[in-house]
Design a protein. Structure first.
Length: 165
């Protein structure tokens, strides 16, 4: 595949997550992929406060409150990709093609990862596309690393670099 990475640099990526990574190895892995991605494109991490479930606070209440915070942080006119197991499962090459197509049509793309209970339906409704990493459920801290790794892999695919093989 020819070197097409120059187009991608104009597109800014944002990773909007609920809660900070607490587990040191996962936080370190995410930081590593953020640094690697920085060689290809501009990427910013946005963290919204995690809502605590507890006495009198249902999972639906948690998702709604987190969803309100997420929606408040979405950039006007941005292309929004929600991570949810009900979304489309695509191979790495398919994600690379998706990113390449977005690079030609939008300047801001936001990937949204919910908290422990997932994303509020209002966030899913606002999203332009829903992506599933798998039918399995992952902790949101691990999903963060997986999304960053797949974004890095997509950029190496588009540049024709050997990492993705």
């Amino acid at each position: 595949m020819p070197n097409r990475g120059v187009i991608l640099i104009r597109m800014r990526l944002h990773l909007l997550t609920v809660g900070k990574a607490r587990k040191t190895p996962l936080a370190a892995a995410a930081r590593d992929y953020l640094d690697r991605l920085g060689h290809y494109t501009t990427i910013e991490e946005i963290v919204v406060r995690e809502e605590r479930a507890g006495k009198g606070v249902s999972p639906a209440d948690v998702m709604r409150r987190e969803g309100e915070r997420i929606l408040a942080r979405l950039l006007p006119g941005c292309y929004t990709i929600a991570l949810d197991r009900s979304g489309a499962e695509i191979p790495s090459e398919g994600l690379a093609k998706k990113i390449e197509g977005l690079a030609g049509s939008t300047s801001e793309t936001v990937f949204v990862i919910g908290g422990a209970f997932g994303l509020d339906p209002a966030v899913l409704k606002r999203s332009d596309w829903t992506w599933s990493l798998s039918a399995l459920t992952y902790p949101h801290e691990l999903a963060r690393v997986m999304v960053l790794e797949q974004l890095y892999r997509a950029h190496t695919i588009l540049r024709g670099e050997p990492y993705h093989k």
